[in-house]
Design a protein around this ligand. Structure first.
Ligand code: ZN
Length: 148
């Protein structure tokens, strides 16, 4: 085995553990659109049907989301998209924000944002019909934590 291969393998083993250890960050701001398919960091005007993929914080820093993050589907919901948000997440090695928790700020107070199906007792963090009974999820925005 060449020395280079050994180094490459060593890096492959090292990277996932780096990702696991990355600190959680909290960012506060509003959702914006960025040019899809490019690495441009410039926010663009959002056409209503465009996917929202970044959060612009109060200091003007843009946080792009991971494209494979299922929680991003929450931002398809206009009730979430139009809010000021505080997102807890982790920055991956390519500086994309992986979402852990989304909270909204209403009248200066943090609210839990989630979806609920009381029939199936499911709390969800993705927009859409309940995956169990196919009824529409009920949108919730509360000061108290969601039921488990
Ligand atoms: Zn259900």
């Amino acid at each position: 085995m060449s020395e280079l291969t050994t180094i490459a393998l060593g890096l492959l083993c090292f990277l996932p553990s780096l990702e696991a250890q990355s600190e959680a960050v909290q960012v506060r701001g509003r959702l914006v659109c960025v040019e899809a398919g490019t690495e441009s960091q410039e926010p663009i005007e959002c056409p209503s049907e465009a996917p929202v993929r970044a959060l612009l914080d109060e200091t003007g820093r843009l946080y792009r989301f991971r494209l494979d993050d299922p929680k991003v589907s929450m931002f398809d919901d206009p009730r979430v998209r139009t809010r000021e948000l505080r997102i807890t997440g982790r920055l991956d090695p390519s500086d994309r924000l992986e979402i852990i928790r989304v909270k909204s700020i209403v009248d200066g107070r943090l609210h839990f944002v989630y979806y609920r199906c009381e029939v199936c007792h499911i709390t969800a963090y993705a927009f859409g019909p309940c995956w169990c009974c196919q009824d529409e999820f009920e949108f919730r925005e509360t000061l108290t934590p969601p039921p488990q």
